[in-house]
Design a protein around this ligand. Sequence first.
Ligand SMILES: [Fe+2]
Length: 512
Amino acid sequence: MLLPRRDVMRSALALAAAACAPTQAAPQRVRFVGYPFRLGVASGYPSATGFTLWTRLAPSPLEEGGGMGGTGVEVGWEVAEDEAFGVVVASGRIGAFVENAFSVHVDVTGLRPGRWYFYRFMAGDEVSPVGRSRTAEQPGQGIDRFRLAFGSCQHFEHGYFAAHRHLHDEDLDLMLFLGDYIYEATWGKDLVRAHVGDEATTLGDYRIRYGQVRTDADLQRLHGAVPWLMVWDDHEVDNDWAAAQSEHLDPRFLERRAVAFQAFFEHMPVPRAWFADASKLYGSVAFGDLVRLYMLDDRSYRDRQACPRPGQGGSTVVTEAACAERLDPKRTLLGSAQEAWLDQAFGASKQTWNVLGQQTLMTSGSRGVGGDRTFWTDGWDGYPAARGRLLESMRKKKLTNPLVLGGDIHAAVVADLRLDPEDPSSPVVAAELCGSSITSQGGTPEESAQAMREHPDVRYANGWQRGYTVVELTPEAAVARVRVVDEKRVDSGIETVSTWRVEAGRLGLTPG
Ligand SMILES: [Fe+2]
């Protein structure tokens, strides 16, 4: 029987209310085995009226279960205009449940646009660290200056998070993380610290991995200081996964992917609806008329990498002649629904700057010359027709001042992005800024020099240093600074190694 719409709404609300209530009566006094807010606090996905707040109760984050007993705890939250919480403008109580690792996601609404707020959580007698977040400006509200930074690839064992300590001091409005927040496995040389446990495959493993990474004081402080937008890449699940397929064609991969996704959402300040869905990760956020950000998921909906090794999934390196499949015009990296959404969103944008936060290098990263050129099949080079459709959509929709941000390749790259990156006579349609890794090991200066030699559109390449890129946007220009650290030193300083500028209304990068 069909319920009248009013009744459907009522049952939906009743379900939502039930989902927010502790599954058993909360005890009179909640006691924890230790400080329950050891993973800190975070915020993300700002709108003009609010943002999502996050915490997870875990007095022992390196243990299975996080040191929590019972099935549910009530958690209070407050948002204030001032750090002393003299003017509290929003507050509430919400349940944290064992089935979600006692994580909490609160979508705060009703705030004023374009201003900073402070927030905290309470559980039992304990109070969390104070976090700081901002709402977005509404359309028509002027913004003189907007500072964002982006990072990716933070293998916990490869280095310390000195980059996050310096990001904290960058006076950011927004932090973007473009994938490989955790690594499921150990690899590389000269490791400075060790994962708890072996390769993550179970829900318990992934929770401990996120818990361990989030205990890092520098990372935690940055989460608490500024709202984040984030997407995953492969290592949040498994190296080189593609939609339903794993690198080694594991027949139970979808079970592994489901628990990896769940742990990701449990630890990230994503809106509650996304958390409940536990799979959708792409979307768009705007700040006034100045900037619109598009966060893309290039893992979940892609065709598998072209021309895999026999009996294997995952990526490889191929020549043009050896792999016709790579050039199949039907191949997709974003999936048809996301492509259609993005095309529509490009057409609707009214903002001066249009920033794509996505996982990997978009311009050509081929190596060698002529017919001997090789292409890596995991990145956009493995999906040239899909790349062409995205760049053509930007051009057709007359998207103003597109900036493409990426990560994944453990190298900072600054490039003029052409409609066909393999054709030097095709027009420049965007500026590309690919970020270095926060810690994960990269290549050599010789490899970077080769990339610049073989690709005149690559204006700067640095695969041998770790760090991040900061972008300052004004109505007149975007200025990007590539900043590097020594990730092997906890107390590393910071250095700007390259600065680039894009004038609004003009395509193409200029130095400094
Ligand atoms: Fe990575």
